[in-house]
Every structure is written in C-alpha cells, then in structure tokens.
Ligand binder design. Structure first.
Ligand SMILES: Cc1ncc(COP(=O)(O)O)c(C=O)c1O
Length: 321
C-alpha cells in the first residue's frame, strides 16, 4: 500500500468513524457513523476533500470554487477545510440571498466564503459559471483556482470512499454483510464504494443507493462513469463490476429540498429510540428506504450515515409538526 494513491491525502477527517449496533422495532442493524467525521466538517464530503485538498495544496492553489444547493453540506465542508488550510473559497449556490440564514449557509457566511447565488435555470450551467469566472479571475489577479465539482465527486474525491471500504474492512467482517445503504446526490460516494469493491474483488455486497437528486438512469450512468474513470486513472484500469450497484428509486418524490410528513414521522420515531439525527435532504430519505428493505426481509445491510445534520435546522417547523 506504500505507493497507493489512497495515501495521498491530507488529514482533515476524524476517521475511522465508529460502527454501531442499533435495534429499532423488531430489527437489529449496524450504522457506520460518517456523521461523526468532525463537527464543522461532519459528513461524507470531508473524506473526499482530504484527497482534493492534497492536490490543491501540492499545486499551490490559492482559491477553490465549488457549488451546490444553498444548504449544501459539501459546500460547507469545503468552506471549513479551506479556512483550515488558509485557502480562499467561493461558492456557486442554487438559491437566493435570504434575510435569515441558518444551518450550512450560516456557516458558509460566518467563515467569510464568497457566495454567488444562481437561479434553478442558471444552476443547469453551473460548470460554465465557475469556469468563466475562473478564467476571468486568474487573468486579472494572482489567484490560482481549483474548481471542485458538485459533491466533491472528482476522480481524487472518489478515492475517499475507496479508502472508506478499506477502513470498514478492518472493522467488520465484510463476508457477514450483504449490502450498504446510502443516500446518493452527485454519486461520488457510491462510485467510490463500487470501485472499492471491484479493487478488493468483493462480489457479494450490494451498494443500495437512494437517489435524492437525479433520476435513476442519469445517476446510474454517472456512478458507473465516475467509478470507471477513477479505476482507469489510479488502479491500472481494474475492471468495474457493475452488478454491485442497485438504485432504490422513488424516495425523493417530494423533491430534493423537501421531505414528506410520513418520512419525518419515521425519522422522529427512530431519533427518539436511538438518539440519531437524520437530515431532510439525504439521510432521512435513505433511512426510509433502508427501513423498507428491513421490512421486506433484507438482512445484514449496513446503513451508512453520511451526515447532513445541520440541514435539520432549516426544517425545524416541519420536524416538530
Ligand atoms: C448528508 C449527505 N449524504 C449523502 C450525500 C450524497 O453524496 P454523493 O454526492 O457523494 O452522492 C451528500 C452529498 O451531497 C450529503 O450531503
């Protein structure tokens, strides 16, 4: 492992994260607590950012650009990591300027990130906005800018969830698991996991992805493409085993920024039994899908808690209704 690309990372996350046992209703299962990767840096994104910022620092980057929804966990984690490393950060957020800011957006502003708000239509061309701004700014200042794609899902970022699998392997006998259930936004976490399974030649495990943002065919292709690109770039083209991916579709019908009252009911019931807080955009929806798996008789599926806790504070009225 000495020359492994997995070693080229900064230490930004509190890892390994714990794997804990839970009982809920008649079910027993494991949760891997990636919500505990840090406080300001909490959640899955910081694992990706360890690799992305290693590249940024080694290339002398002065400013990072990234993007997401206005309550983007990835954007918040990027702002925090950049602040730690003395790197400037500009965010391109789908949303609009608000009088009352809360949750992730509050942290972004508190840490002095520069923010450009985009309408939903403009968001469709967010990469163009970031690229044109980068070209203009680099031409007119001494800044060296790195664009971090949505969700930190670059080839370097994806290494974070390949590394995760090596970490999990030390904690749990993977032969005793049948799957891992996760929330999926940009798809990078899933891409890392299926790439990692291919590298380790593990064929019996399924990665159950709950797509909260993109339709099933779009996200499925993106996950395969990102996993293949990372394998080709860093692992001598290890062949991707596509059978380890399964998309659990239909758990975000209310829309990415919303959550149904039925889902909140389950989230609250689980919270008051376990002390675990699940967020409205990602992990709350993923847990509802996970619960359906349990009810359908699936056994030994691990739930990966990918964080997002700050998002709860932008939905307190709905959560307490
Ligand atoms: C809390 C949380 N869970 C899951 C995800 C999904 O991760 P990915 O974008 O790698 O699919 C995100 C990313 O946006 C997130 O913030």
């Amino acid at each position: 492992m000495q020359n492994s690309p997995l070693n080229k990372r900064l230490k930004l996350a509190n890892i390994p994260t714990p794997v804990e046992d839970y009982n809920f209703k008649s079910f027993s299962f494991l949760i891997k607590r990636d919500d505990l990767t840090g406080f300001e840096t909490s959640g899955n994104k910081i694992r990706k950012l360890e690799y992305i910022f290693e590249k940024a620092v080694s290339e002398g980057v002065t400013t990072v650009y990234t993007c997401g929804g206005e309550q983007s966990n990835h954007s918040r984690a990027t702002v925090v990591a950049a602040a730690k490393l003395g790197i400037k950060c500009k965010l391109f957020l789908w949303g609009s300027k608000r009088k009352n800011v809360t949750s992730n957006l509050f942290i972004d502003l508190f840490l002095n990130a520069e923010i450009q708000y985009l309408t939903k239509k403009e968001w469709e061309s967010v990469e163009k906005f970031m690229t044109e701004d980068k070209i203009y700014t680099e031409r007119n200042s001494n800044q060296k800018i790195l664009i971090i794609p949505e969700g930190g899902s670059s080839e370097e970022g994806i290494l974070g969830y390949i590394n995760f699998l090596y970490e999990l392997k030390e904690q749990v006998d993977l032969r005793n698991l049948s799957g891992i259930c996760i929330a999926t936004g940009s798809g990078g976490t899933a891409a890392g996991l299926i790439a990692g399974l291919s590298i380790l030649n593990i064929t019996h495990l399924k990665i159950y992805c709950v797509n909260v943002l993109y339709s099933k065919p779009i996200i499925q292709n993106r996950i395969y493409e990102m996993a293949e690109n990372t394998l080709n770039k860093y692992f001598n083209g290890v062949k991707l085993n596509k059978n380890t991916l399964e998309i659990l579709d239909g758990y975000s019908k209310e829309g990415y920024k919303n959550i149904s009252t039925g889902k909140i009911k389950l989230i609250r019931e689980f919270a008051s039994n376990s002390g675990i807080i699940l967020d409205p955009a990602y992990t709350g929806k993923a847990f509802c899908a996970f619960y359906d798996l349990l009810q359908s008789g699936y056994k030994n599926v691990l739930f990966l808690h990918t964080g997002g806790g700050f998002g709860v504070f932008s939905k307190t009225k709905q959560y307490l209704a």
